[in-house]
Design a protein around this ligand. Sequence first.
Ligand SMILES: NC(=O)c1ccc[n+]([C@@H]2O[C@H](COP(=O)([O-])OP(=O)(O)OC[C@H]3O[C@@H](n4cnc5c(N)ncnc54)[C@H](O)[C@@H]3O)[C@@H](O)[C@H]2O)c1
Length: 361
Amino acid sequence: MRQIELHPEDYLPAAPPQEIVQRYGIAIVGCGNIARNTHLPAYSKFGYRIVAACDVIEEKARTVAEEYDIPLWTTNLEAVIDRRDVDIVDLAVRPEHRLAAVEQLAPAGKHILSQKPLAPTLAEAERIVEICQEAGITLMINQQARWASYHTAMKVLIDRGLFGHLYSVLHVHRQYQDGTDSAWRTTPDFTIIDNGIHYVDLSRYFTGRTPRRVKTTTTRVPGQNAIDPMIYTILCEYEPADLMSTLHFNNIAPALHHSPYLWHIDGTDASASIARYGSLRDGRTELTISFKEDLDQRQVFHIQGGWFPDAWGGTMGEMQRALAAGVEPQASGRDNLNSIRITDAAVESSKTGQTVEIPPA
Ligand SMILES: NC(=O)c1ccc[n+]([C@@H]2O[C@H](COP(=O)([O-])OP(=O)(O)OC[C@H]3O[C@@H](n4cnc5c(N)ncnc54)[C@H](O)[C@@H]3O)[C@@H](O)[C@H]2O)c1
């Protein structure tokens, strides 16, 4: 049996060297749920330098500043802009508040790491990318799932060329986000454009390709709380047509842990699967690979680490490495428009029942 070497240092996210980490002061703008519970625990663990916390709600800014010993808290974005020690703004407001913030931050020369999805519409996302390009600042999108250990581990194997020609990607995910008190309930097409963009983006990360067209099916579940469907299957077609991907996400499944969170990646030489058992936060992960030359054998890796919160340390590390090297980061704003084009087309397809072309970049 062919034996593959795969070690935690090959896939666990790590902070850049200290001389880079110390170079960049970070301001958190939007100190809500995700910033407080995930960004800040990860940044603290990775040793990043947080110099300011800003939220329009004073208590939120003050609370995280006290919890994480951040020297400045403010309710005023101008105060962040005025600070010369702020190099990177971690923009964790909701999508509808991003354009106004970017219009202030980019001309002031602040680099931006924005939470996903970048904007409520493709047109607004394109406008944000344009503003950042004109200002000459770096815009990266926090598609942190790329730095979740089990996704990175799969990508490491793909990049080693073990699969031959990669021709199929299948994702199956079950979650439950249909609570009555959830803000997601009233977010239009939440499951595709807000949560689903993770899996759409991961399909691009694994394959290195953007589909040419998509066909999406959804259904409304009787008694659901959300304003839009909470389940989708997206079929992606590529050109040339030597690859297909199928993305299935049931976000209203009462059967949460009956089956693992799954990715199956198939190539002409090898197949591999990610199976995450339990929750995305606290589960355990097996990555299994088999080769065509020896179909009866498989090699199983027990992948260390996970998604929450360490992957956020990975995105910020990528941003800082890219700034230090003067290159475009992975998941840049420009690159991310391709993921948004897919979710946008998937929503249109789900509403019209038609196959929808992805507009070219
Ligand atoms: N896995 C993930 O990557 C993940 C998970 C959850 C949420 N998110 C994304 O993170 C974003 C925020 O989600 P959340 O659940 O933390 O929302 P939230 O409402 O809890 O937090 C947003 C915060 O921004 C503040 N705010 C609004 N406008 C502001 C402004 N102009 N300046 C400063 N602060 C402002 C609000 O007062 C609020 O505290 C959303 O885009 C969401 O999709 C991503």
